[in-house]
Design a protein around this ligand. Structure first.
Ligand code: KE4
Length: 425
């Protein structure tokens, strides 16, 4: 097999930037991306035969580590019967029953093929259900790349300095109100200024596409209160946090009931999946029952459903959450300790198996404070870690993930490497 350099040269000829998703291009951390030829557990094996401890976990899905035998077996079994039928299949019913059981606020659910589709569809559904056009999102939150949501977005949009993407008509952007996260006053003022016009509020309850930000105490409850007051649909975008932080996601941890929830990543077990669900009276506005159209050739694909069912079942049988929380705390303590020893100001937010590092003395609670992080210092930290065999998300505005496969040698080694990288900054 060719090495990463040769593969990247060929890729750049035919694929914009040589990547099929911008954040993979390493543009903000320098250097060229490596190509991966295989992955197992906490490890990636690159086309250059390097083994890396992986803290990206394919951006969330690999909560049980890569190529888990149980998930692999489930896909192989499903594969015996074919890859796609374009008709209902038994796996879809089992997946729906699991999601509804794990996430009590979800009474009905529709499968799709990505988190972008899930949020795009949830927004359309909320607009159709309320008959209103405006939506509220929060600066730095990323909900995929549909037009209405690529306004002051995080993740790759922010990483590459275009939080407001080109190609989104001003008429679309006008319907999206962008507010600061963790600011109840701004939320109340927006509703007061747009009486009866706001269909929905969509939020990453724990924003993780601008680095990881945790809500002020009571903030999510305020979101719920204000949306109820104004009959606006509260959408929790748990594409990243769903099944990652708890079986029932952030809404379980915080005891908040959204009207709709969007999901993805883990429920595909590594295959392309998205989902959105919530109150039955809202979901029944969806075709073929109601007037809001939404569809997908590969929605509920049997292979993806089989993989996702196996991944969800493992979360129950593996007692994953306490293990993941311990790993997250171990990494947080290692990073905080190293920064303290070196005298480098840093914020290291961590919840369960998610963490990020902001090189700033300012407590990070929203988009502007996240931007005080020294992105150059992050790039240097990223590079030192990568050179020593630890792969962190290639952007200061992303969140790192742990899997149960990191337990033991992998997390111990990674903590050593990260601490040494901080000492060398
Ligand atoms: P996808 O369309 O990429 O499956 O999901 C979009 C999405 C929606 N909502 C949230 C909260 C998300 O985090 C995402 C996607 N996450 C990014 C990582 N920050 C995907 C990585 C990438 O774009 O390559």
């Amino acid at each position: 097999m060719q090495n990463s350099e040769l593969l990247f040269a060929r890729a750049k000829e035919l694929i914009p930037g040589g990547v099929n998703s911008p954040v993979r291009a390493f543009r903000s951390v320098g250097g060229a991306p490596f190509f991966v030829k295989s992955a197992r557990g906490a490890l990636l094996t690159t086309a250059d035969d390097r083994e890396l401890i992986d803290f990206v976990c394919t951006w969330g899905p690999a909560i049980h580590g890569h190529n888990h035998p149980v998930i692999k077996q489930a896909i192989a079994l499903a594969l015996e019967n074919g890859t796609s039928f374009g008709t209902p299949n038994p796996y879809e019913v089992e997946m729906a029953e699991l999601i509804v059981r794990f996430v009590p606020s979800i009474k009905k659910v529709r499968m799709c093929n990505s988190g972008t589709e899930a949020t795009m569809s949830a927004i359309r559904l909320a607009r159709g259900f309320t008959g209103r056009d405006k939506i509220i999102k929060f600066s730095g939150c990323y909900h995929g790349h549909s037009d209405s949501l690529l306004i002051k977005a995080g993740s790759g949009a922010l990483t590459h300095g275009n939080p407001d993407s080109a190609g989104v008509p001003a008429s679309f952007a006008r319907e999206t109100i962008v507010l600061p996260y963790n600011d109840v006053g701004a939320l109340e003022a927006a509703f007061a200024a747009n009486p009866g016009a706001i269909a929905a509020v969509i939020v990453e309850p724990y924003p993780a596409n601008v680095g990881l930000i945790l809500p002020d105490k009571g903030y999510l409850a305020a979101l719920r209160r204000v949306c109820s007051q104004h009959d606006a649909v509260l959408i929790f975008d748990e594409v990243m946090t769903g099944f990652r932080l708890a079986k029932g996601g952030v809404q379980e941890l915080e005891g908040i009931t959204p009207d709709l929830t969007t999901l993805g990543k883990i429920i595909g077990g590594g295959l392309p999946v998205g989902a959105f669900g919530g109150r039955a009276e809202i979901m029944d506005f969806l075709a073929p029952v109601g007037p809001v159209y939404q569809a997908g050739t590969l929605s509920g694909n049997p292979l993806a459903m089989a993989a996702g069912i196996a991944a969800l079942r493992l979360l129950e049988s593996d007692n994953s959450y306490p293990r993941l929380a311990r790993l997250g705390a171990q990494v947080r303590d290692a990073l905080q300790g190293a920064c303290l020893a070196k005298g480098i100001p840093a914020q290291v937010p961590q919840v369960g198996s998610m963490f990020s590092i902001f090189f700033t003395a300012t407590p990070v609670r929203d988009y502007p404070t996240a931007l005080t992080s020294d992105a150059k210092r992050f790039a240097r930290f990223f590079t030192l870690c990568l050179e020593a065999g630890v792969y962190l998300p290639p952007s200061a505005y992303e969140t790192a993930f742990l899997s149960t496969a990191h337990e033991g040698a992998a997390v111990d080694r990674a903590c050593e490497v990260m601490a040494r990288a901080i000492a060398a900054l």
